[in-house]
Structure formats: structure tokens, C-alpha cells
Design a protein around this ligand. Sequence first.
Ligand code: DC
Length: 240
Amino acid sequence: MPDTAAERPGSPPPVIAIDGPAASGKGTVARLLARSLGYSILDSGALYRILALIARRSSVACDRERDLVLLVAKIEGEIEFLPDPLEGSRPFMKGEDIGDAIRSERCSEDAARVSVHPQVRQALLGLQRSFRSYPGLVADGRDMGSVVFPDAFLKVFLEAGVDERARRRHRQLIEKGISVTIDEIKQRIVSRDTQDSTRAVAPLRPKNMAADVLSVDTTSQTAAEVADDLLEIARLRLAG
Ligand code: DC
């Protein structure tokens, strides 16, 4: 028997939307929440990154909107997300593990560039929504609550100061053996923030633009603390 409001017969699978700028901790918080609730996960940024990687390998420039739209079908046909103990899941393209390739700085920059095109965003909508399944989904990105899953029962906007975000990303890259300075990372984060928040379509929304979004500043909190707080709120809402 369904025992929560969001699980009543006829309800679509419940969604938690987690949006926020680069390196705000969205991915980690989303993974922790999904694990606690037994939900599946959509890392929508990974789809933009995969598209950027496919474009580069197909010699399609990031400003070729129509050509990029045609490449979206390749994501649907050639990409498989396989379970990964650390990251939740990893993307494979025709058997090749592309998990690290899509996290490169080059791919981060290209992903921000391909994501400015309205038709590319439109073409990715159906694919993103196909991740919605029972018992529920945690989706992270920039427009999860505003565009892709406007009926999400919990919408969160995660923020953190740019210095703290640069420190976090630096730590991640150093752990992967990639040598880079915090200043370089900070510059890239600021430039991606500007690109993501000033594009015409589905820009990264500041916290106060949607009344139903819970804004959380994670600068002085760990991802586990943030996830615990959100889990409590999610459970209360699900039971309501
Ligand atoms: O979350 P991320 O850093 O992996 O995202 C990579 C880029 O993809 C980001 O610069 C902007 C874009 N993106 C987007 O436009 N909309 C989303 N829902 C997710 C990511």
C-alpha cells in the first residue's frame, strides 16, 4: 500500500530538484539524498558535458546549434549509465568509460557553451524527464525546479561563496592528480557562473526568484549536514 502523499496511486514519481552554481555541492548532496530515499539520480550537467564531448569528437563547434541538436540523439543511442560505488553512476559511450573525460576543464567550458542554445535545451528535455521513475528521483542542475521538473515536491537552490567553491573543486582535482592553482579554478568558476546566469534561456536563477525554492548556503556546512536537513524536510513533505 502506498503510504505517503507523493506515492498515492496516479501520482507521478516524486522529484527533488537541486539547482545551484558550479561546485556548490549539488552532486554530493543529491547522491546522499538519493541513497537515503532509495531514489534514482539525474546529473543533468553530465548530459550537457557528454554532449560537449560528443561534439568535440565529431568536430562540431559549440556554436553550431542545429548540429548539436542532431547529436542529442547520439546520447540517447550510445550512452549507458552504469552503477558506480563512489559516484552513484558513470557514463559509458559504446563501452568506453567517459566519466573522467567529461569532468575535464575543457569539457566544463564546452558544456557551458553548448547549454546556451534554446534548441539544445529543448532537445534534452525528454531525455532528462525519462530519468523520472518510481520510487522517485533526485535531479541536480541549473533549471531542474524551474523548467525540467516544475512539479518537484522539494526545490532547493544550493549556494556557497566562490572562494569555498574554488577550494572544493581544487581538492577534487588534486585528489585526481590534476595540478592546478586555486586562483585558476576561481577564475573559471566565476566565468562559468556568468555564462550560466546571463544566458537567455533557463538561466541559473538566483535564490529569490521563485517563491517555492528553498535556498541553502553551504559555505560553512558539510554536504552530509545539508543532506540530513533536506532529508528531514523531504520526509515531512512526503508524509504530508
Ligand atoms: O553541473 P555541471 O557543472 O556538471 O554543469 C556543466 C554545465 O552544463 C554548466 O556550466 C551549465 C550546464 N548545465 C545547464 O545549463 N543546465 C543544467 N540543468 C545543468 C548543467
